[in-house]
Ligand binder design. Structure first.
Ligand code: SF4
Length: 323
């Protein structure tokens, strides 16, 4: 196969676009999609200046997605004094898994010369995911606990670091899966929340001042292309899967999307673009209605911003202490 652009040896074929690309043109096309998404989501404010630079905190897990995102953001903004990047890694306490990915994060941050922060469930909450899985007081999947604790730490550290933006490495497959899951669950409130929390141009979201805005600039790039980019760029990504990975429903949706994409290339792109348009309308409607269930208050235990009297993280920690 030859590259459509230069006739060199193609390293990939994208069925959804028909493109065959060599290593150089493939890497350029990934970088271009990330930069286009940054522009479309208005992530760099017009008044950003070298005197008062924006702090962008990247959730850096050491997996291929966050490593590729960090590398491309660094290549894009290394010479731009308006943007400062900080890598933030969360250690969940998973034996034989997280230590290696933390090492990948440290190596990357060191290579790129960016600031890096490490937070752990053990230091912050006195728990390790390995023990949470053993105890399981709520009879839930590991990821249901882990996601709550991770979101809490990412938000808290982003606020402490005075971040203007919290960026995560969700790719096209992740976002198309979440879109389909939210749609199939029929929960419009969740769809509105998803849009306001992390999708679309910053100026069009009904964001709450209490939260650092989120962004997912890798969401136009399919998972396999992110993996290929990490491999070709020889990035220190950690690729072992977490031993507690347990989102069974997401696994079913993932398989469904693989099959659809195989038979109808472009399905993930059309799901996500249609979903974003729909989610923007739903978010607008919910924002205008001032839905009381989304009203924010301070958690009575930890003071975090929540819609409940005691936030989900504190109630999970209470259940774990009671075991
Ligand atoms: Fe946590 Fe689940 Fe991710 Fe493992 S797969 S790190 S348990 S969210």
């Amino acid at each position: 196969m030859e590259c459509d652009r230069c006739g060199g040896d193609a390293v990939m074929h994208a069925a959804y676009s028909g493109a065959h690309l060599c290593e150089r043109h493939f890497r350029e096309s990934v970088e271009k999609r990330v930069r286009r998404r940054i522009r479309r989501d208005d992530l760099v404010p017009g008044d950003a200046s070298p005197e008062d630079p924006e702090t962008w905190v990247i959730g850096l897990s050491g997996g291929k997605d966050s490593v590729v995102l960090t590398q491309i953001l660094h290549d894009t903004f290394a010479e731009d004094p308006r943007i400062e990047l900080v890598g933030l890694t969360i250690h969940e306490g998973i034996e034989g898994y997280r230590d290696e990915s933390v090492a990948a994060c440290l190596e990357l941050a060191d290579d790129l010369g960016i600031r890096h922060e490490l937070a752990s469930y053990e230091e912050e909450f006195g728990i390790r995911m390995d023990d949470v899985v053993e105890d399981d007081p709520e009879n839930m999947a590991a990821c249901a606990y882990c996601g709550v604790f991770r979101r809490d730490l990412l938000s808290r550290y982003a606020a402490e670091l005075e971040a203007d933006l919290l960026l995560t490495g969700h790719n096209l497959d992740d976002e198309a899966q979440t879109a389909l899951m939210n749609f199939l669950e029929g929960d419009l409130g969740q769809i509105a929340k998803h849009f306001d929390a992390s999708l679309g141009p910053l100026s069009e979201r009904n964001e709450q001042d209490e939260f650092v805005p989120r962004a997912k600039p890798l969401r136009d790039v399919p998972e396999k292309e992110v993996a290929l980019y990490a491999h070709l760029a020889d990035l220190p990504a950690h690729i072992t899967e977490c031993p507690h990975a347990s989102e069974a429903y997401r696994g079913e949706i993932q398989q469904l999307l693989y099959d659809l994409e195989e038979n109808h290339p472009g399905t993930r792109h059309s799901i996500l673009s249609g979903y974003e348009e729909l989610a923007a309308m739903v978010a607008d409607q919910y924002g205008d209605d001032g839905d009381e269930s989304r009203e924010l208050r301070e958690c009575a235990e930890c003071g975090a911003t929540t819609t409940r009297e005691i936030c989900r993280k504190c109630s999970l920690l209470e259940s774990l202490e009671a075991v």
